[in-house]
Design a protein around this ligand. Structure first.
Ligand SMILES: Cc1cc2nc3c(=O)[nH]c(=O)nc-3n(C[C@H](O)[C@H](O)[C@H](O)COP(=O)(O)OP(=O)(O)OC[C@H]3O[C@@H](n4cnc5c(N)ncnc54)[C@H](O)[C@@H]3O)c2cc1C
Length: 502
């Protein structure tokens, strides 16, 4: 069951076969698979429960309530890269665009070879992808839910003769409310809180919202449980302590928190815990059309292109609440007001290279993740190339002007040839407005304990009975959106855990 932690005001002790930290795509899959196989499972989630009624078109209050660090997390280095992670039952699946795709087989083969992961196989992973896609009703976005902003992208891609396809999403009867970032108002999005978590709960898992794990309890080189704070759901201040004793512990707290929990528990992985932060660093161009686009109608991200997939880059239609996007409009005062009035004429196309840049996560003085990230010139060059493709798509679709959002390039481009400047000049990383919501690598997987944190079954090399199941185990970026692959790896590990601890 999903417990009401508000009333837990005295210290609690529980026991289970497995304790899972985090209820995002990584943790939710482990909880459901293990509970359905008859193991007793406790899930500790630092965030509160999120209901459809929490959905709002006013992002400020929503993001501050349901996103880590109020949605204002930034990776700092030679530039500023915004990065969002949710803090709620269901994790970041609650605020994402529900695009589900498996990782490319070629990248899995690269991992097998480069990181000695010979237990992994493409064929086995395909079985997990199929099971997840069936569970979440993954299929190409339906025409009725697309709305003009996705169709504009389709038109541009077709005019250029480029690859063009509806993005596969995990939804049922999507109404195209375009509110994915602030929680689906109709419950159409197949997030963890409406799929895997209720199934885990029905199979007997005990789920505790507002319970923030502090560290993993160890006896020598074995994990034996978790110590957590029970938070007051409104003030978010600790009101009591929860101790869970378990045969195995699964850390699924996401790329930012999993390394912090491991380090607090004395696990450094030869210096690799928190290192190797990888990201798909994304940015987008805005196109203004004569016709009304009304971007607040239609699937948040319903259309895409794999034209540059061979370069490790995808193009996707994009939307988020106007209050978030409008910060990109040019001008101040009356000029800005004029732009705002034209907002209904804008559509966006986004790009995100796989990325070779790396960063690090450590625990900041406030106890929150502190991330550094250095964007290499190679990634800045790829971004410029991707942005040119976004600008070209928008002009081909009939945009009258395009805002590429690159400092040092014209802020407003009036004709298709203007995009050539993006390839003629070299733009440093600080020229771009980056967002990286696909992050990886801070507890990376590998066969060599000197160069990785977990082995091929996601068990920490230096600590028995301790597993990591989230995208922190991915050694590199994967080009495609990561949720389905995270879930597939978690499903695989869950079956392994079930065999070992049943
Ligand atoms: C705006 C946005 C759009 C996106 N769109 C897509 C998309 O369309 N498709 C896609 O594949 N991916 C998308 N992503 C990325 C995707 O959502 C994430 O990669 C995925 O959710 C990561 O899953 P996870 O389980 O690793 O971590 P999370 O989903 O982040 O879950 C981790 C959970 O652990 C909890 N936690 C953290 N610390 C503790 C602690 N100490 N104790 C207890 N609990 C803790 C957190 O509160 C959180 O609920 C998007 C992301 C964003 C932000």
């Amino acid at each position: 069951m999903i417990h009401d932690t508000e009333n837990l005001r005295s210290d609690q002790i529980r026991t289970a076969d497995v304790c899972v930290i985090g209820s995002g795509p990584g943790g939710a899959v482990v909880a459901k698979e293990l509970a359905e196989k008859g193991l007793s499972v406790i899930v500790l989630e630092s965030g509160p429960r999120l209901h459809h009624s929490n959905s709002t078109r006013e992002p400020g209050s929503f993001l501050s309530r349901f996103l880590q660090q109020g949605g204002l997390r930034a990776m700092l280095g030679n530039t500023f890269v915004a990065s969002m992670q949710a803090e709620a039952i269901g994790g970041t699946s609650e605020v994402n665009s529900a695009i589900l795709k498996p990782m490319p087989d070629a990248i899995l083969k690269e991992w097998i070879e480069n990181y000695g992961l010979t237990d992994l196989s493409v064929q086995e992973m395909h079985g997990h992808y199929q099971a997840i896609e069936a569970e979440l009703n993954v299929r190409p976005s339906e025409a009725e839910a697309l709305g003009p902003k996705n169709l504009v992208m389709k038109r541009g891609l077709e005019k250029l003769g480029w690859d063009s396809h509806p993005l596969s999403r995990a939804v049922v009867n999507c109404e195209g409310a375009s509110d994915c970032l602030t929680a689906c108002p109709s419950g159409a999005k197949r997030t963890m809180s409406v799929t895997y978590i209720p199934k885990a709960s029905r199979a007997g898992a005990d789920i505790y919202p507002s319970c923030r794990a502090r560290y993993v309890l160890r006896e020598g080189k074995r994990a034996v449980g978790v110590r957590a704070d029970i938070l007051h759901p409104k003030t978010r201040k600790p009101q009591a302590e929860m101790t869970v004793y378990a045969k195995a512990v699964v850390v699924s707290a996401g790329v930012m928190w999993s390394p912090i929990l491991l380090r607090r528990s004395g696990i450094k992985g030869n210096g690799w815990v928190g290192r190797n932060l990888c990201a798909h660093i994304g940015t987008a161009a805005f196109g203004m059309f004569d016709e009304e686009i009304n971007g607040w109608w239609g699937a948040t991200q319903g259309w895409g292109s794999n034209e540059f997939f061979h370069r490790g880059m995808v193009l996707e239609a994009l939307w988020s609440p106007p209050a978030v996007l409008a910060t990109r409009l040019p001008g101040v005062g009356h000029e800005y007001l004029r732009e705002l009035k034209g907002f209904k004429h804008y559509a966006m196309v986004a790009t995100k290279p796989r990325g070779v840049s790396r960063g690090r996560v450590v625990e900041g003085l406030n106890g929150q993740p502190f991330c550094t990230f250095r964007v290499k010139q190679e990634d800045a060059d790829e971004t410029a190339m991707g942005l040119k493709a976004c600008v070209d798509t928008l002009f081909a679709a009939g945009a009258k002007r395009v805002l590429p959002g690159v400092y040092g390039a014209p802020w407003v481009m009036e004709k298709p040839e203007d995009s050539n400047v993006l390839l003629k000049k070299r733009f440093p990383a600080s020229s771009f407005e980056f967002v990286a919501n696909h992050v990886f690598g801070t507890c990376r997987m590998g066969s060599n304990p000197r160069e990785s944190v977990v082995g091929s079954w996601s068990e920490v090399h230096s600590c028995k009975d301790l597993f990591v199941c989230d995208s922190s185990i991915f050694p590199t970026g994967i080009v495609n959106n990561p949720q389905e692959t995270i879930m597939a790896f978690s499903r695989r590990t869950a079956h392994h855990i079930a065999e070992r601890y049943a």
